[in-house]
Ligand binder design. Structure first.
Ligand SMILES: *Cc1c(COP(=O)(O)O)cnc(C)c1O
Length: 291
């Protein structure tokens, strides 16, 4: 696998570098590629089935579907019950994952929590479970590989006076392991789900102590995950005009906090997720009458 490239963009009068993890693969890209790296390196023969669970917009779900197709592994994905509208949608991650062979199973709301908790009890050794969003110790290796790539690209970083990196958080797995793997850089992130305290708690389920070089920026106003915000849509379009498409769920808030609260040169690690934009863009078009 060759290193993902680095692009330069200008945004609101500032220059940023972007590590193009979005270009790694159509489905298995961004931080999901990094987090699933260990599984991707696993020989086909080791498993016959992968089980995961979570939301149906999930980028991790789509990445796993692509990975399992490559490996000829069965992929079972559990969610809470879906609405008919969601099922009929012919764009977005859910639709694409089904196309890649994902078997989707809905679990009743009341049973869901216990069902997920019991998944590991009856597991055979040809099956592997990937926790929601790939929030897993196994993610560490892939982020060490990313860190090695960044070090190998040090010349570009030095030329642009880069001392800080940034990437948005859901579970915080990516930002945490990146910060641990690159102690010589400041790593900025922002909580897309919940607040700073919630994100820290999530991270502390993976490690005992948070690295000092990890800085969690909170936006000035509170945003709710997967809701639509005009300023996010505008920022998405500005970024797109500058030459790179980012995802509409995580990236806008990260860019917003960087613009608001930092002044130095930054390398943004593109976290992928662009395939999920089709369904988000349809929602934005409906809400703001945009095209
Ligand atoms: C999953 C995802 C994230 C969050 O990654 P975590 O490791 O869970 O913090 C960020 N950006 C995109 C585009 C994602 O798909």
């Amino acid at each position: 696998m060759k290193h993902s490239s680095i692009s330069k963009i200008s945004l609101e009068g500032r220059e940023f570098l972007v590590k193009r993890d979005d270009l790694i693969d159509r489905h298995l890209a961004g931080n999901k590629y990094r987090k699933l790296y260990t599984l991707l390196q696993t020989p086909k023969e080791k498993y016959t089935k992968i089980i995961s669970y979570g939301g149906t917009q999930s980028n991790a779900m789509l990445a796993l579907a692509a990975l399992c197709q490559q490996k000829s592994w069965e992929f079972i994905y559990y969610t809470k019950p879906l609405s008919g509208v969601q099922k009929e949608n012919e764009v977005g991650n859910y639709y694409e994952a089904l196309t890649l062979g994902m078997k989707h199973i809905e679990i009743e709301q009341e049973l869901y929590k216990d069902f997920i908790a019991s998944l590991r009890i009856n597991m055979d050794d040809k099956t592997s479970i990937v926790d929601q969003g790939g929030a897993d110790q196994a993610a560490q290796k892939g982020l060490e590989v990313l860190a090695q790539e960044v070090r190998a690209q040090k010349e570009i970083l030095e030329k642009n006076n880069i001392t800080s990196l940034a990437t948005p958080s859901g579970t915080g797995t990516t930002a945490l392991f990146l910060a641990l793997s690159l102690p010589e850089y400041t790593i900025y992130t922002t909580p897309s789900i919940g607040d700073k305290e919630y994100l820290q708690t999530q991270m502390l389920s993976l490690v005992k102590e948070l690295p000092k070089n990890l800085i969690i920026l909170e936006p000035k106003r509170k945003y709710h995950f997967a809701k639509l915000y005009k300023e996010f849509y505008e920022l998405y379009n500005k970024l797109k005009d500058s030459g790179i498409e980012f995802d509409l769920l995580y990236a806008p808030q990260m860019w917003q906090t960087l613009l608001e609260q930092t002044t130095e040169s930054i390398l943004y690690i593109h976290s992928g997720g662009v395939t999920g934009n089709a369904s988000m863009l349809a929602r934005y078009a409906k809400k703001f009458n945009a095209t």
